[in-house]
Design a protein around this ligand. Structure first.
Ligand code: A2P
Length: 276
């Protein structure tokens, strides 16, 4: 057998030889601009639900093209799941959107992030506020029993322009409530704690409006029959666009909640949903 010459080697072959190379096990497309995929997980990779890692592909110039991705799977899962936007001229996602089962991606196994339980002080009610692919870290946290052990109520809000963009989040919440394995893991007694509040801003749907607007006018609280945000009881994690994060931060601070960090836990934490 002759050795394959480096010039004829495919990108996948090169990645497979790298210690950071992982294999794609599943891909699902939701809309023209959204897809999710799963990859193998290195046995040595430990992470806290809600954290992110760098993943990518080998660029045409032989240099890795990497981007931060929230891990959407929980920390007990054998594989890693990611939920991504597709940007036509995005350096990585223009290529990544074409991956198929069996392809290879590069994973830098150094998880970090602030959307973790350690960065919040104990409370009664956990709010998970997301827009677009900002739902990803919450897909991890919502499949982690710790989320339900720590709080009496867990409310996840997801705002997108169109109804189809809510699909990934809606199915995830449904799976927590109906999948036998997840029900058992999270505990039947905890399932009622989970409340899902989806809204759209452009396409007609049962609940419309930016979540920031629905907080300001009180509709979010009256719809759900819960009191307004209170630093004594309420904790929040926020993940969306930069503008969204800044607007929510202002509202949370106005309600008296303080931003926390791993080293200094407080009442809320924020992370930008990654784009490009
Ligand atoms: P809108 O349609 O009113 O801009 P995008 O696709 O631009 O990232 O937005 C995702 C969702 O987040 C959209 O429904 C969008 O509403 C909403 N959104 C964007 N910016 C903000 C913001 N600053 N505050 C609240 N919601 C926002």
């Amino acid at each position: 057998m002759t050795e394959q010459s480096p010039v004829t080697q495919t990108n996948a072959a090169r990645v497979a030889q790298s210690p950071d190379g992982q294999v794609v096990t599943a891909v699902r497309h939701y809309t023209d601009s959204l897809f999710s995929f799963r990859i193998t997980r290195p046995a040595s990779l430990r992470f806290r639900s809600g954290e992110f890692v760098m993943i990518g592909l080998m660029g045409d110039n032989g240099k890795p093209l990497m981007r931060a991705y929230s891990i959407a799977s929980p920390n007990w899962d054998e594989e890693l799941e990611f939920y991504s936007i597709k940007v036509a001229d995005g350096p990585l996602t223009s290529k990544l959107q074409h991956i198929q089962e069996g392809d290879h991606v590069i994973l830098r196994p150094k998880p970090v992030g602030t959307l973790v339980h350690d960065a919040l002080i104990p409370g009664k009610r956990l709010w998970l506020f997301s827009t677009g692919t900002g739902f990803a870290p919450f897909a991890s946290l919502l499949r982690d029993p710790e989320t339900f052990e720590k709080f009496e109520q867990v409310i996840v809000t997801h705002t997108c322009r169109d109804v189809a963009e809510l699909t990934y989040g809606r199915e995830l919440v449904e799976s927590v409530k109906t999948d036998e394995m997840l029900r058992e893991l999270i505990g039947e007694e905890n399932l009622d704690k989970l409340v899902y509040y989806p809204t759209t801003t452009r396409e007609e749907s049962p609940k419309m409006g930016r979540i920031t607007h629905l907080i300001e006018n009180g509709e979010l609280f009256s719809d759900l029959g819960v009191p307004a945000l209170d630093p004594e009881t309420d904790r929040a994690m926020v993940c969306g666009s930069l503008a969204f994060n800044l607007d929510i931060k202002e509202l949370l601070e106005k309600a008296g909640l303080r931003e926390g960090a791993n080293s200094d836990p407080a009442e809320f934490v924020i992370e930008k949903a990654f784009v490009g």
